[in-house]
Each structure stands twice: as C-alpha cells, then as structure tokens.
Ligand binder design. Sequence first.
Ligand code: CP
Length: 325
Amino acid sequence: MKHLIDPTDLSVSEIDSILNLALDIIDDKDKYSEACKGKKLATLFFEPSTRTRLSFEAAMMELGGNVLGFSSADSSSATKGESVGDTVKVVSCYADIIAMRHPKEGAPMYGAMVSDVPVINAGDGGHNHPTQTLTDLLTIKREKGRLDNFTIGLCGDLKFGRTVHSLIKALSRYENIKFILISPKELRVPEYIISEVFEKNNIEYKEVRTMEEVMSELDIIYMTRVQKERFFNEADYVRLKDTYILDMDKLKTAKKDLSILHPLPRVNEISISVDNDPRACYFRQAMNGKFVRMALMLTLLKDNNCKLNLPEDKLAKIGKMGGAD
Ligand code: CP
C-alpha cells in the first residue's frame, strides 16, 4: 500500500500527475463533487493546525466524502497513554484514509507501518511536510508556469522548518534550480540536507545572512516563521524571532515577477503592507493546498482499490502510483 510520508516517496512523474489532476479539479470542480461518496477521511492531529487540517477536511467534503478525527492530542486517548501505533491501527478500522500530524519526527511513518489504509504525513516535528510541498509546487507551477530553471531564496528558520526541508528535497529533482539559503547561523539548514541533497547531487546553492544582498537574484522568495514551539529556550527565540521582516522597502530591488511564498502561519516576517502586492502569492498558495490534497487523496484511494464515483474520463486522469522517474 502506498502512503505519503516523505516527499521523495513520490517520483517526479507521480508529483506531476498529482499536480495535473489538481489543475483539472480546479477547472472542472463539479465533476469531482461526488467522487468520494461514502468514503471517510480521519484527521489525527496531535499538534495544532489551521490550514493543513481544515484544507484536508474541506478537500474530502468537496469530494463528497465525510471526515472524522481530533484536532489535539488532549482530546484523544493519547492522554491515557495509548501509543501512536494503536491509535492508527484502530482508526484505520473506521476510515478509508488518514492524515496525521505529530510533534515527533517519524510518528506518521510508524503509523503507516501498522495501518490498514493509506497514511498521509501532515507534518512530523521539524522533519517533513510533504503535502505542504505539493501545495508549494502547485503554486509555483501556477504562478511561474514551470517547475524548473529558477532561483529560489529560502528565508528564516531553515533548521527546524519542515516545509523547507521537504521543498528542497522535492525541487532538487527538477532541472536547473539554484537555492539561496538565507538564515542566521543558528538556524542554518541541517547538515544532512547540505551533504545528502545539495552536494551529493551537485546542486548549486549558497548560504547568506541577509535577504537584501540577494533580493535582485531571486525568482521566488519562500519566507518562513521562526517557530517558537521548536526552541529549547525562550531567550534564543526572542533573540532570533525578528531577524527577517520582508516589507515594501526590501522589495525595491526585487524582480517585477518575483513570487513571494510562505506556508503560513505568519507572525511578522512579512509586513501586511506586502499583502496587496501582486507578487504576494501566500493566500493563493493556501487555496492551492485544498486542491492538491483533493488530488492526492483521489490518487491514494484509487491506488488502494477504493471504488471512486467518477466518470471514466476523470478516472483516467488519476495517475498510477509506483511510476518510475
Ligand atoms: N502551513 C501549515 O502547515 O499550516 P498549519 O500549521 O496551519 O496547518
């Protein structure tokens, strides 16, 4: 059974197929409105979320299915000491597909090992967030018309930022992407990303400390929040939290067709004065998250031999899993 735990669980051809399906859903929503009639999504969120949980739930509702689940560990039997494995095993008796977020790295992978239905990692600690990556890729594809040949600046908390780690892993498989890593030295991207992704694959990258020194080079800037919840002490968080604030002044040297992305939530790393600039893509990005999660769930359910309520021409648009690059 196919799950989605790490962005590299999907080949480039599988990613392209999910993005193309999402684009078809955007163009032809009504045709998909009963695709998951009788199907259930369980959202197991042991950590807070607005976008990921609600976009998964909206996605299943817009496919005609139902949702069940919990939005914090406090309202589940985890508080009584139940293990992640037992929780997932039990919920897989009640639902056709599971989306799971957990503060511990590897928890969704463990869940997938015992589940009888597909498990989707909706964020595990500071590790991975593959459905945010699909959201980011769909946004780049819609904004730029391509997933290759650009320079992307990743700015902020590159150490704990799971969205950044997943996006680097996915984008590094496309042609001619240049990465500029903008962070204070305390929040540099982990060493395994440098050695296992950039150096191993001969991918061009550089590390800088300010966004001003590279702004004019960027086709995309991907801003991230300094995440209070990942710090071990408050003093470090307070010292680093306002390192980067993108405002209209800093955009003076930016390209006219720069795309500004942010997985959200934002605290103050993008000034609200930027929101009305046409280059600000982050709210469109949040909307794309729902469509790409619709496409992902259809793909995993079809792969798991679930009967989908779709006409033949739409069923044919759902790609097979296990496709080679
Ligand atoms: N982007 C993202 O994961 O947001 P939430 O934490 O609100 O789900």
